[in-house]
Design a protein around this ligand. Structure first.
Ligand code: HEC
Length: 413
């Protein structure tokens, strides 16, 4: 695996510098006890740090958290954990268990105060790895055998399953047979008769993305009454981000699908994609793309696709009033990616400009480097880069048609 530790250290230093004064402030007061932080740990850490999760150890009760308290404090204050760092001015993404500054400071203070117990010392509620969080599946899809390489860090592995039933898909959830192997999955679909084949790091030509899944959070779903229309006999395509675990990996999985019985709006997409770029050795590159909406649309979900050299992604909107707001902004880390669904999908009026900026680094201080021997090109291969944002939208009002507008604004530059 690439030297991930380097950027961790850098971020820890940066994190400490900005937050230390505040810690000093609260240290004069009552000591933080485990009771003060347990709920936060169970909501934001335990889903991954428990049996059936991808993390290498568990955080389920006082003793388990105390044993790692120093690393817990450092990882939290440096924003390395929980690992997803994006935010939006349009409300929280339910899929990202990010911490508030207060929560970060409390956990860090608790750790640096010697990790004292509380009076209640609550234990995490049972997180059954076999429980479907969206309820009983309407259709269960099984992958059959899929294997992943044993060595070499992260790989993208592809799988394809024929869909026996058509309909409007509103939600999905995936259960890997081996949670240590599959870290993330992007799911797409292709019409019957399209024979798409993949050996790349992106869904192949002819396959439209539906959404993605990642451990502990990031399950794709669409608001009630909406979904992605998929005819029976279509193929579901899976792009699995797999981690080599030293022996042949089991990348098989079960997928639960949820259908919408009373669909009023179909989900359409706007794609912002840049092709044909190169990031020279040692160079930093910023790419900008934009499009203007020609209808009122509601944004339901965002699906970013970038790779190793990308360090920051900003998707901003400039409203017709001139006001600028972040639809999604954050540090990019290819190991922690997913689909971002809005709890309360925002309406963007006609005339709104969507602007995507992506920041790449092929220099010595690159987050996932340093490896500055080669230029990095846009493309489908493992060493290539991507600059692609799929924005899922529905009409702003029930009965309005989002498809025409979306089709016209799908751009590739
Ligand atoms: C989405 C899953 C996920 C969530 C949520 C998550 N972790 Fe982790 N954590 C991991 C994985 C996987 C690793 C192993 C390292 C890696 O693969 O990056 C890890 C590693 C760690 C480590 C060891 C890293 C080191 O530098 O020693 C600590 C400590 C940690 N997590 C604490 C936490 C805390 C505290 C939270 C909540 C505030 C949390 N994690 C939330 C998945 C997660």
């Amino acid at each position: 695996m690439l030297p991930v530790k380097l950027w961790r250290v850098r971020r820890i230093l940066f994190g400490l510098a900005t937050v230390l004064p505040v810690i000093g402030l609260i240290q004069g007061q009552r000591k933080v006890s485990y009771d003060d932080i347990a709920e936060t740990i169970y909501a934001s850490c335990t889903p991954c740090h428990s049996p059936g999760g991808p993390a290498p150890f568990y955080l389920r009760d006082y003793e388990e958290v105390r044993r790692r308290s120093e690393r817990v404090g450092l990882n939290v204050i440096s924003s390395a954990m929980p690992p997803c760092q994006v935010r939006s001015d349009f409300g929280r993404f339910p899929s990202t268990p990010g911490l508030t500054t207060e929560q970060m400071i409390l956990i860090r203070s608790w750790a640096s105060d010697g990790a004292p117990p509380g009076e209640r010392n609550p234990v995490a509620p049972q997180i059954g790895a076999r429980v479907w969080r969206l309820g009983k599946p309407h259709l269960l899809v099984r992958s059959g055998p899929v294997s992943a390489p044993s060595e070499g860090g992260i790989h993208w592995v592809f799988a394809k399953v024929k869909l026996t039933r058509g309909g409007v898909i509103r939600g999905m959830e995936l259960k890997p047979s081996d949670p240590q192997t599959i870290r993330q999955a992007t799911v797409g679909w292709a019409r019957p008769g399209i024979n798409a084949v993949a050996d790349t790091t992106t869904l192949p030509e002819g396959v439209d993305p539906i959404g993605s899944w990642a451990f502990g959070y990031y399950t794709w779903r669409s608001p009630r009454g909406t979904g992605v229309l998929i005819p029976a006999g279509s193929d579901l395509h899976f792009m699995l981000q797999c981690q080599a675990i030293g022996k042949k990996g089991d990348a098989s999985f079960d997928l639960a699908l949820y259908f919408e019985d009373d669909p009023r709006l179909h989900v359409e997409r706007i794609v912002l994609e840049k092709r044909g770029f190169t990031i020279q050795n040692g160079e930093k590159l910023r790419l900008d793309l934009s499009t203007t909406l020609d209808a009122d649309l509601r944004v339901t979900s965002l699906l970013p696709e970038f790779r190793y050299a990308c360090e920051q992604v900003d998707l901003t909107v400039v409203l017709p009033s001139g006001e600028t707001r972040a639809l999604l902004t954050g540090r990019w880390d290819v190991y922690w990616t997913g689909a971002y669904n809005f709890i309360d999908p925002p309406v963007l009026p006609k005339g709104t400009e969507l602007k995507l900026s992506a920041y790449y680094n092929n220099g010595f201080d690159a987050a996932h480097g340093p490896d500055t021997r080669f230029p990095i090109r846009q493309g489908d291969g493992l060493d290539d880069e991507l600059c692609k944002m799929t924005i899922q939208v529905i009409g702003a009002e029930a009965g309005s048609d989002s498809s025409a507008a979306a089709a016209r604004t799908a751009i590739s530059q």
